[in-house]
Design a binder for this molecule. Structure first.
Ligand code: SAM
Length: 342
């Protein structure tokens, strides 16, 4: 295997080993208390010996009125592993539960969420909750959708712009959870974690990393969705045939707005105004080149050329690249943007 590929794989494995703090989990799960009643919760990327997902659902088993809790331990080698199953009775004794041996199959290690044993538990589960390996996020979500499961899982907000995840957000099949909308979240990391960047720190002899851009992804309804407007970091424009708003999908209220498309990867061509003609990229060093950047990525019009970053000229107008934006349609449009307080 080429060295570069090996390094990328090693990095992906390392980045998958971020362990969620108990408080991060309890802050989110508190929003769904009623919906947990009678559910079979499955944590499928969680060693019950230390996972805080196991700990949270085990210690709150009675108060959430759960029916069953299952966790499976993933092995990085080809050895057998185990599932732990708890059906109540001794909530504060974390080792209370039945240990069931599991094996891998067809190239999947024991405890791999794609292995037959884990798919068997998945079928039985009604709610899945964990922090899955980030490198397998797409496959992980696809499996939850395929099996029609309710879920509350952690991921990186960039995942919302993936070609296979964004359509699920657009169709209201996934949304962000209630508790995290900005800032950084602390995760425990292995103590031999080698990459000492500014967001890695040691507390009580344990190593942590503070990561920004973390969000809960869920398909369980949550009150805030019906209260909030979109995060107002964009512009509302009622002058177009359709009202649209450049916003991100934080605090998306499905009663008020409908997602139309995303500027990074336009879906359909309802927003042809986003497809630009021939574009010239102007580089800070004075060179120019013909590009399609403004169609592949999101851009906004600017009034003055940039000197520190590239900008793009198209038909007498100039633009700069921005982060992908979600375009939404207001289901109850108003006449002027000022009417809604912008
Ligand atoms: C981001 S960590 C989170 C661990 C735990 N869920 C938590 O939140 O503390 C992801 C975990 O998934 C495990 N894992 C990696 N690949 C897996 C797979 N194919 N199936 C199940 N678990 C996997 C990793 O070993 C790692 O412990």
């Amino acid at each position: 295997m080429a060295d570069n590929k090996k390094m990328q794989q090693a990095k992906a494995v390392k980045n998958d080993e971020f362990y969620t703090e108990y408080g991060t989990i309890s802050d989110e799960m508190g929003h769904y208390r009623k919906q947990f009643e009678g559910q079979v919760v499955y944590c499928n990327c969680d060693d019950p010996a230390w996972s805080n997902f196991w700990k949270y659902f085990h210690s709150n088993f009675g108060s959430l009125n759960l029916k069953k809790l299952i966790a499976t331990h993933y092995r990085k080698d080809t050895e057998p592993s185990y599932a732990m199953i708890y059906e109540g009775g001794d909530d504060f004794n974390m080792s209370a539960g039945e240990v069931v041996p599991i094996k891998g199959n067809d190239g999947y290690n024991a405890g791999d969420f794609r292995s037959d044993a884990c798919v068997g538990f998945l079928k039985e589960a009604t709610v899945v909750s964990t922090n899955p390996p980030f490198s397998l996020f797409r496959e992980y979500v696809a499996q939850l959708i395929e099996y029609g499961k309710k879920f509350i899982i952690l991921g990186n907000q960039n995942a919302a712009t993936y070609q296979d995840i964004f359509p699920l957000i657009k169709e209201n099949m996934i949304w962000y959870g209630a508790s995290i909308h900005s800032g950084g979240i602390d995760f425990r990391i292995p103590d031999d974690y080698e990459e000492y960047s500014s967001n890695v720190f040691v507390k009580d002899g344990k190593h942590y990393i503070n990561l920004s851009g973390i969000r809960w992804f869920t398909n369980m309804d949550v009150k805030y969705r019906h209260d909030g407007l979109w995060h107002r970091n964009g512009k509302f424009d009622n002058t177009q045939a359709h009202c649209y708003y450049e916003g991100n999908e934080d605090k998306y209220n499905p009663d008020e707005f409908e997602i139309q498309t995303m500027t990074k990867t336009p879906i359909g061509n309802e927003y042809r105004m986003l497809i630009f003609d021939k574009q010239i990229q102007h580089n800070p060093n004075g060179t120019t080149q013909s590009v399609t950047k403004a169609n592949d990525g999101a851009v906004v019009e600017i009034t003055k050329p940039l000197h520190d970053k590239p900008y793009y000229s198209v038909q007498g107008k100039i633009y700069k690249a921005i982060y992908p934006r979600i375009l939404i349609r207001n289901l109850h449009p108003v006449k002027k943007s000022e009417d809604i307080g912008y």
